[in-house]
Design a protein around this ligand. Structure first.
Ligand SMILES: [Fe+2]
Length: 212
């Protein structure tokens, strides 16, 4: 990537917006996780993760308040909770907590692409040429992870946390992030916290078969 894409100022902002990045113990992994969100923002028309709507897909399952950092941080904390409790019950699971934290914070890094108003305008204007969307956030997220040099297991979580994961076998940490992600949306759905107009009529009780 070019030096103009990733700046220290934007890196600092990303760390400020996602303070759980500080819980990644491996220094190299933490630095690359910060670079991933920084690059995703730099290549989008968003100036901040907080500008991305708190939704599963554009205009689908949107929370009544907050922004995308609430989702990323909430899923990460849920995934840490699942990992901690399952690890306590079954120590032989040997869950990698750095992978859980980095994977939780990065699973939706591709939303900087899928939610970008410029991209959405292009897809809407010429769906026949580009598709709609051309690439969903899991595929673009995996691309960003690999571009900044993150390990394959983090790119896998971005790629397979959602519907795409039904086409392969998820890693242990990916399964935990996937469950945390769906728990996040289903809890808010059951609690009446999603904007009704963004919930598909057939999915009023459970969002599990929506590729989020
Ligand atoms: Fe998510």
């Amino acid at each position: 990537m070019s030096a103009t894409e990733i700046t220290d100022a934007l890196r600092a902002q990303v760390l400020d917006e996602l303070p759980e990045l500080g819980q990644i113990n491996n220094e190299n992994l933490r630095a690359k996780a910060i670079d991933a969100w920084t690059l995703a923002l730099a290549r989008s028309s968003f100036g901040s993760i907080k500008e991305i709507a708190p939704a599963g897909n554009p205009d689908v399952n949107e929370v009544k308040r907050g922004d995308q950092t609430d989702h990323l941080r909430g899923v990460t904390r849920l995934a840490i909770g699942i990992a901690t409790e399952m690890q306590a019950a079954y120590p032989e699971l040997a869950i990698d907590m750095d992978t859980i934290v980095a994977g939780g914070l990065l699973h939706d890094v591709g939303k900087a692409w899928e939610f970008d108003p410029e991209n959405r305008k292009r897809w809407k204007s010429d769906q026949r040429r580009y598709g709609k969307p051309s690439i969903r956030h899991p595929g673009y997220g995996a691309h960003i992870c690999l571009t900044v040099g993150l390990p394959e297991e983090i790119a896998h979580i971005a790629m397979a946390h959602s519907g795409e994961g039904e086409l392969l076998v998820r890693s242990l940490e990916c399964m935990i992030v996937h469950q945390a992600d769906y728990t996040f949306w289903n809890t808010l759905l059951a609690g009446g916290m999603l904007k009704p107009e963004t919930v598909q009529a057939a999915k009023r009780n459970y969002v599990s078969d929506i590729p989020i």
